[in-house]
Design a protein around this ligand. Structure first.
Ligand code: SF4
Ligand code: SF4
Length: 347
């Protein structure tokens, strides 16, 4: 756990400049990582005074990446959020997530359509769809199962629970622990765990001591054939959003794989998009706590895609797809769904 008291910061300002929320809101409206993770704690500010500000951080990890003093700014922010939760100061939108976890074992409330557990194909590979995949964007797990089945036997067992990632960002560590214990029983015996969600992947890596793969990694590493479906004369201009957890936590290699898989898809012209790795606003509990901030970050992402003249914006993350779609203005799709629709003989 990071210590909250040290004097390593030499006020270079790099974290403030890198922060997408400072850039979006301006320093008068969002005080930024240095203020929240270094100064507020050093000067003993009341936890309650930082609550609104700190809940607008998307936990994108950009500030931690650029800090030359290597101060773990995002981890400190998460630690302050734990204190806020302990003092009973959770935002109402965040309380809804906790209620959903208690009632359904999922971060969101179930609706009629739901991805069903997928067979029992042994203990080789477990597919973990995550809450948004199972209950909101069911095309993601369907496409994932379709593609993964072509390269090996997979199982989605019943009894799994939310991985705990959303609650970690909200500071609710008791529930995080109980979800982890439940999931570890379900995961027992499987050789490989695959997930569609970079947030689940990061959380399970950091808090379960396991090494799950993102679907993109699994598909890339299992490719058997580059056979083409024929060339299409008109190329679809596709922009690739880089989810924070893949670009900065799991590792940029996943985004290299994603770009390569897209480039090898017939009819695709992968376009460069400015700030492709800038947070879309989908993480850190900001959609639930401060939806206006999440929406404006999504709108900035759509602007980047449109400036690149993209016909389609793809992202290998259910949270990113959900949030960017809220902005409208461009078609947005999960990368695995797009690959499945265009796969036939490719994987
Ligand atoms: S984690 Fe991202 S949003 Fe949060 S303070 Fe750091 S740079 Fe800003
Ligand atoms: S980047 Fe690091 S050293 Fe520079 S102001 Fe931010 S916290 Fe301080």
């Amino acid at each position: 756990m990071p210590t909250l008291h040290d004097n390593a910061c030499f006020k270079c300002g790099a974290c403030q400049i890198a922060c997408p929320v400072v850039d979006l809101e301006g320093i008068d409206d969002f005080s930024g990582p240095r203020s929240l993770a270094v100064e507020a704690v050093r000067f003993g500010n009341e936890i309650s005074a930082t609550r609104e500000d700190i809940m607008r951080c998307t936990t994108c990890f950009r500030c931690g990446e650029v800090c030359p003093a290597r101060i773990p700014l995002p981890e400190r922010i998460i630690e302050v959020r734990r204190r806020i939760f302990q003092e009973g100061l959770a935002l109402s939108g965040h309380k809804r997530i906790m209620d959903n976890i208690d009632a359904y074992g999922r971060a969101v409330e179930p609706r009629q359509e739901r991805f069903q557990p997928f067979g029992d194909k042994g203990k080789e590979t477990l597919y973990f769809p995550g809450c948004i995949g199972e209950l909101r964007l069911t095309d993601i797990p369907r496409s994932t199962v379709n593609l993964l089945s072509k390269v090996g036997g997979i199982t989605t067992p019943s009894g799994w629970l939310c991985c705990g990632a959303p609650l970690e960002k909200l500071g609710d560590w008791d529930r995080v622990k109980s979800l982890r214990e439940g999931n570890l029983k379900v995961f027992e015996g499987f050789q490989t765990i695959v997930t569609s969600c970079p947030g689940c992947q990061t959380h399970v890596t950091q808090h379960y001591s396991l090494q799950p793969l993102h679907t993109i990694e699994y598909l890339y590493e299992s490719r058997r054939s580059h056979a083409r479906q024929g060339t299409k004369s008109k190329k679809l201009r596709v922009a690739l959003h880089q989810p924070c957890h893949l670009a900065r936590t799991i590792g940029p290699h996943v985004m290299d794989y994603a770009a390569e898989l897209l480039q090898s898809t017939p009819g695709v012209h992968l376009v460069e998009m400015a700030d492709a790795d800038r947070c879309c606003g989908g993480g850190g509990g900001v959609v639930a706590g401060h939806p206006d901030v999440a929406l404006r970050l999504a709108q900035a992402k759509v602007r980047s895609a449109l400036e690149a003249k993209a016909d389609l914006l793809v992202a290998p993350c259910p949270f990113c797809v959900t949030n960017i779609r809220r902005a409208g203005g461009v078609e947005v799709k999960d990368l695995v769904v797009f690959l499945d629709e265009n796969s036939a003989k490719r994987i």
